[in-house]
Design a protein around this ligand. Structure first.
Ligand code: FE2
Length: 136
């Protein structure tokens, strides 16, 4: 997907992410900071355009399961976010013309973003580091 098409998609995903987090405004601020960190880290890493797009979408959706986790389990603990996140992410990414393999990769990162031992690539590592930078 070219950059122009992708930036339009990115804007839609930002809007959808904000809608999901409407009841937890902290989630929006945190997510946008993680995206900003990820964008800085990408400048220092040699990655493909596809990986770059995966990083942007994963950064935007990494905590997206938090609202559903709160509703179902009364907790936004990482393990519940990992369980609920991929289904919410799939829904948010649907109908945008993204290929299945990209959605699958984003869901893998979203579904494991609290599990360091699941990091299996530079894209995931960047999202992990970008999130860690906000825990300090
Ligand atoms: Fe996070």
């Amino acid at each position: 997907m070219n950059e122009t098409e992708f930036s339009a998609i990115k804007e839609i995903v930002i809007k959808r992410m904000k809608d999901v987090f409407s009841e937890i405004p902290y989630g929006i601020d945190h997510t946008l900071k993680v995206l900003q960190n990820a964008e800085c880290l990408m400048l220092k890493n040699d990655i493909t355009q596809t990986e770059r797009q995966v990083v942007v979408l994963s950064a935007l959706l990494h905590d997206i399961g938090a609202v559903e986790a709160m509703h179902k389990y009364g907790s936004i603990d990482g393990k519940y976010q990992e369980i609920e996140g991929p289904a919410v992410a799939t829904k948010l990414l649907s109908g945008l013309g993204l290929c299945d393999s990209m959605i699958e990769r984003v869901c893998y990162i979203v579904g494991n973003h609290h599990s360091k031992d699941k990091i299996d690539g530079t894209d995931f590592q960047i999202v992990w580091d970008a999130d860690q930078m906000e825990q300090i």
